[in-house]
Design a protein around this ligand. Structure first.
Ligand code: GLC
Length: 715
């Protein structure tokens, strides 16, 4: 390969509106391009690939990249909603469906899964992450990698996964996208890096650097992340791609003075492919000729790229041959979208067991709100190729399922979720007054979530809160169904709902899945993958927090409305809480109600002392005392009481979704290996440290069925 051809393999350009195909054609014939992004037109993709393979000197096939984040045409729930299923097998199936559709368009590389751990629902990209917990995110990220790539990345419908954004992007200040992160190395190691390691161990063929910086070093130029952690410690052999133009952004960050310096920093740090920026194309050759960069670095980067192309089988099969691919199965794709949407729904409130609705007692249902019949909005963010014509809305599905005997009165009330035009409010209240039950389809349009769409106020947008209050005043039972790309703060409306179902942005099958739960055909089984703050001032608030030296203790949390004006300074419980919000969230991580009533009992450990290197067996029995069968996600939490560094008050270490019939008791088994208790210590070294541990098992992170064990040094 000439040096120019080597550099060409490290260049990725926009394959759609960014450059006219004939311009790309010239670059391809000259061997100056190794990958294109953002074109899913099968004919254009095929022509670009043909030029690369047939008209360039070396005929090296292209990587064709696309953001296939939660489905291709058949859009599934947003990743945060998929995380609420706590179901790795289902998440894998969803990635498979997406890969099959995308591969038919010629896509061979997706920029997913995104596994940035975040505790900040203000951040727009919380929609595409897998929640606040490193264990849950690790399990689901690994499942997505396997779904995209299968165990044979060269298979015709396998596409390369891309673990992103490496790393710590979820920690941006104030949830402002692209902003600085202030992550201590110990938290970076013990929280944010864990899902990426799981993705690498699952075989992810690529990683993407984050736009953000850590401790003064932009990730796109971080040798610590890209060489020490990724290559030296984890032995990663895939390729690293920068995020969009983030190589040249090194000069905007102020790390470098110009594109030439940026190219040098990124290449030396270990960025293999520059996504859409051309600093590499314009400067790498000269940097090598002038001795600023060793040719060996260039060769190593090119080797990573060619290795991935080989593993994808692109040299043997550069073109997708739809005739040899299994015929697309829209029924199966839609069924996967439906099942994922079903299991993603989280029942947050069900006062007096209002849900499921009893068809036999209904004559008129009022369905009100801007998200009840919004086929595009229900798809959520990151749906480049999503097809809203495939959507079935709540209005459509509910109308169909209620049939002719029950009248469904519908009013959108607001043109969109941000509207403050209350002209239809009176009409809405009129419909509510004449209904047996009111269902409110509320939440966020998709444009309010996703990249660059952070919000400082995460209440229901627009005048939706006023609608809730007004409908409540009509005096009929009120069911809230919220479609949103983030946890919203609900303390100012929660009391007005008799029941509340959180649907995230559930994809094309939003309507049928929600209707099945509202009418009791399916019991809700989703569990929160992220804590819900009661007010935004609590953020960040998360379950796996540290104890601190002054934790809030029962009876020590005063409330601002109950203070004595002359209360002595030290009388308010000198501990970690807010006077006007306490220390408890609106809803905790792992929470979700069911139509079953699950009782955890008979927690047994096969021993209460084990040595490093051994495995602890844990069993618990779960009985359904409810009136309906349902799935329950049993969760195992552990606390390391004393550590070389402070350890969280609880950490998720296992979970299992089980189906339990009425009156049935099931036994759930967990295995906890001593390695699962390991962490990075004060010297940035991994350790499994003997000592005392508590453990809890239950249906959310407040689980109170408790036991404990002692870990001894290796025998
Ligand atoms: C965007 C995103 C990244 C995405 C890439 C390509 O800016 O940060 O997640 O994969 O550019 O669209």
């Amino acid at each position: 390969m000439t040096r120019s051809e080597k550099v060409g393999q490290l260049v990725q350009l926009d394959g759609s509106h960014g450059y006219p195909p004939d311009y790309l054609g010239e670059r391809l014939r000259a061997g100056g391009l190794g990958s294109v992004i953002n074109n899913a037109n099968p004919d254009i993709v095929k022509e670009l690939q043909r030029i690369a393979v047939e008209e360039s000197r070396l005929g090296i096939p292209l990587l064709i990249g696309r953001d296939v984040i939660h489905g291709f045409r058949h859009v599934l729930p947003i990743p945060l909603g998929q995380a609420a299923t706590w179901n790795p097998e289902l998440v894998l199936a969803g990635a498979r469906v997406a890969a099959e559709e995308a591969a038919r368009a010629g896509i061979n590389w997706t920029f997913a899964p995104m596994m940035d751990v975040t505790r900040d629902p203000r951040w727009g990209r919380v929609a595409e992450c897998l929640g606040e917990d490193p264990h849950l995110a690790s399990e689901l990220a690994a499942a997505m990698v396997r779904g995209f790539q299968t165990d044979d990345p060269s298979a015709p419908t396998a596409i390369a996964a891309c673990a992103k954004h490496f790393a710590g992007y979820g920690g941006v200040d104030a949830g402002r996208d692209y902003d600085t992160t202030n992550l201590p190395r110990n938290e970076l190691r013990n929280v944010h890096l864990r899902p990426f390691r799981a993705a690498v161990e699952a075989g992810a063929l690529s990683l993407m650097t984050s736009f953000s910086e850590i401790d003064g070093m932009p990730c796109t130029a971080s040798r610590f992340l890209l060489r020490q952690v990724l290559r030296d410690e984890w032995g990663f052999e895939g390729l690293v791609v920068s995020d969009w133009d983030s190589v040249r952004q090194l000069s905007i960050h102020g790390l470098t003075a110009d594109d030439r310096e940026a190219a040098r920093e990124a290449c030396e740090a270990g960025v293999d492919i520059e996504m859409q920026g051309e600093a590499y194309a314009h400067h790498l050759e000269e940097l090598i000729e002038s001795g600023q960069i060793a040719e060996a670095l260039l060769d190593a980067a090119v080797s990573n790229v060619l290795r991935v192309k080989c593993l994808l089988g692109l040299f043997e099969r550069p073109f997708v041959d739809n005739d040899t691919l299994p015929a697309p199965d829209p029924v199966r794709m839609r069924a996967t979208a439906r099942e994922t949407a079903r299991q993603s729904l989280v029942l947050l409130k069900n006062h007096d067991n209002l849900l499921p609705l009893d068809r036999g007692r209904l004559k008129n249902v009022a369905l009100l709100g801007p998200l009840a019949d919004a086929p595009y909005q229900q798809l959520g963010t990151w749906i480049f190729d999503g097809d809203a014509s495939l959507s079935v809305t709540l209005r459509q599905a509910l109308g169909e399922q209620l049939g002719d005997d029950i009248e469904l009165s519908y009013l959108r009330v607001f043109e969109h979720s941000r509207s403050r035009d209350t002209r239809d409010m009176a009409a809405a209240c009129e419909l509510a007054a004449h209904a047996d039950v009111v269902v409110l389809g509320l939440g966020e349009e998709s444009i309010l979530s996703g990249e660059a769409h952070s919000r400082a106020d995460i209440d229901l947008p627009g005048a939706q809160r006023e609608l809730v209050h007004a409908v409540r005043a009509a005096g009929k039972p009120v069911v809230g169904v919220i479609l949103a790309g983030r946890p919203l703060t609900l303390s100012n409306v929660i009391n007005d709902f008799d029941a509340l179902l959180y649907a995230w942005h559930p994809g094309i099958e939003a309507g049928p899945a929600i209707t099945e739960v509202l009418l009791g055909d399916v019991s809700p089984s989703g569990k929160l993958p992220i804590t819900f703050p009661s007010v935004v001032g609590q953020v960040p608030i998360y379950y796996n927090h540290k104890m601190t030296g002054k934790p809030p203790l029962p009876g020590q949390v005063a409330h601002i409305d109950s203070l004595h004006t002359r209360a002595p300074q030290t009388s308010l419980g000198m501990s970690a809480y807010h006077l006007d919000a306490g220390h408890r969230p609106q809803f905790p991580f792992g929470f979700g109600l069911s139509y079953g009533q699950f009782h955890y009992h008979d927690l047994q450990l096969d021993r209460h002392a084990l040595s490093v290197g051994e495995t602890l067996g844990i069993t618990v029995r779960v009985t359904n005392h409810g009136a309906q069968a349902g799935d329950e996600v049993a969760q195992l939490y552990v606390r390391d009481l004393v550590g070389n560094v402070t350890r969280p008050v609880r950490e998720l270490k296992g979970f299992e979704r089980v189906s339990i019939g009425v009156g049935e008791t099931v036994t759930v088994h967990f295995e906890l290996h001593s390695e699962d208790l390991g962490f990075y210590d004060r010297n940035d070294e991994w350790r499994v440290e003997p000592g005392a541990f508590q453990l809890w098992v239950g249906g959310d992170s407040d689980a109170d069925l408790e036991s404990g064990f002692y870990l001894h040094p290796a025998a």
